[in-house]
Design a protein around this ligand. Sequence first.
Ligand SMILES: NC(=O)c1ccc[n+]([C@@H]2O[C@H](COP(=O)([O-])OP(=O)(O)OC[C@H]3O[C@@H](n4cnc5c(N)ncnc54)[C@H](OP(=O)(O)O)[C@@H]3O)[C@@H](O)[C@H]2O)c1
Length: 245
Amino acid sequence: MVDLNNKVAIVTGSSSGIGKEIATKLAQRGARVVINSSKSESAGQEASKSIPNSKYFKADISNESDCRALIDFTVSEFGSLDILINNAGITRLIAHNDIGSADVSVWKEIFDVNVFGTWQMCSLAYKHLEETGDGNIINVSSIASLRPTGSSIPYATSKAAVNHMTKLLAKTLGPNIRVNAVAPGLIETPWTQDWEIAHQIVAGQAPLKRSGKPEDVACVVMGLIDSKYVTGEVILADGGWSLNS
Ligand SMILES: NC(=O)c1ccc[n+]([C@@H]2O[C@H](COP(=O)([O-])OP(=O)(O)OC[C@H]3O[C@@H](n4cnc5c(N)ncnc54)[C@H](OP(=O)(O)O)[C@@H]3O)[C@@H](O)[C@H]2O)c1
């Protein structure tokens, strides 16, 4: 396993759900972690209190100066940046056949965070990651990027863009930075807490007979950090759901 003692990580969107669990696992392995969210400041501060060696920084990744401030804060507080987890994301629930509701304003809103926000974080952080000689970027994508499914067409398309960004950056930023992505299936987080029917469908169809937990995704992230010969990959973590759906 890679020694994460004194490594420094940013996890965007880590006041709850998948991001909070990734931050927790990084800290358990000895990393110093910056917790982030754009609105839920008290939840972010609470998360930081419960995660050792972490600090909270409020920043909206769709805003370039916020991204810059988040990275500057991390480097000034902890001295370097080794790991960037681009987890923050948003969606809108729009049935795929309701074409009229997915107007361009929705596309822009989702792409601002999921695509442009992820790009801004990568492009502003890569010099710091490169300096460490062993940098890691891991993007949190979605099953919707790989299969014709997901909460809306703009969301699914945004995550497909994240996958391609992952591969192109991996090709460009090696050998000093590895870039990978994890594509979760349906995961039990605040995001999906009202999606009872979807959880029932996954429990019925997936070979593993349940929705995922944040820990299931965080384990893949930790595995990618430890897999020093893997770059440019998108790892699906869906309990096998896509085999039967
Ligand atoms: N849950 C699932 O089934 C599932 C499946 C596939 C993929 N994913 C992906 O997993 C990631 C995390 O989702 P989750 O389920 O853990 O959701 P969650 O519990 O709702 O967490 C989302 C986090 O992102 C933050 N965030 C949202 N917009 C942000 C912005 N502009 N800048 C900074 N932070 C922002 C939220 O805080 P604020 O709102 O306060 O900013 C929150 O901390 C997302 O990228 C999502 O697309 C989730």
